[in-house]
Design a protein around this ligand. Structure first.
Ligand code: SF4
Ligand code: SF4
Length: 165
């Protein structure tokens, strides 16, 4: 994703934000039984069309949260101590979580491939959370991700078609 595409996504997400907030409020009240299944289908469709290696916007603009197991695994991979890994790459954010000191992620290759794919943090494995069960727990983060991830923007736009008034 280039800068122009990034700005276009942010504008579309901003325009859609009020309707998306209404949708999530409505889904919270009604909690449809088929919600997880519907989101999973929309997730699969979106990622059949969108190639993450042409995008990498999540890796370029946001940081995953690093839990102790991630730090342990990555420091082993780099053959340095967890303390050195933390000092070299991480900082503590306002939620007291370990996150990257800078974006783009230093482990993103120039070909948009993750250089530590086998060892990447759990949060990277789960991103953008639209194929996880109990989707209703991820409404807040999903709304934020409509500004970052074109697949999430598309999934939420299609959720509007299925459940929106
Ligand atoms: S998960 Fe979303 S933001 Fe990240 S690379 Fe794939 S399409 Fe882009
Ligand atoms: S560790 Fe890999 S998948 Fe995670 S943000 Fe960095 S480049 Fe992306």
């Amino acid at each position: 994703m280039n800068e122009q595409e990034r700005q276009e996504l942010q504008k579309k997400a901003k325009d859609a934000e009020p309707a998306n907030k209404r949708l999530f409020k409505q889904l919270k009240q009604k909690s449809p039984k088929d919600l997880d299944q519907t989101v999973q289908q929309l997730h699969n469709q979106a990622f059949e069309q969108i190639d993450c290696t042409n995008c990498a916007n999540c890796c370029k603009t946001t940081s995953p949260r690093f839990i102790p197991k991630d730090i342990e695994r990555l420091s082993k991979h780099f053959r340095i101590s967890p303390g050195d890994f933390t000092r070299q790459y991480l900082k503590i954010d306002e939620d007291s979580d370990y996150v990257l000191q800078q974006t783009p992620c230093p482990f993103l290759g120039t070909d948009n491939l993750c250089l530590v794919y086998e060892h990447r943090p759990n949060a990277c494995r789960e991103y953008p959370h639209t194929n996880q069960r109990k989707f209703h727990r991820h409404f807040g983060i999903t709304l934020n991700n409509t500004f970052i991830c074109p697949a999430v923007y598309q999934i939420v736009a299609q959720l509007q078609q299925v459940y929106g008034k």
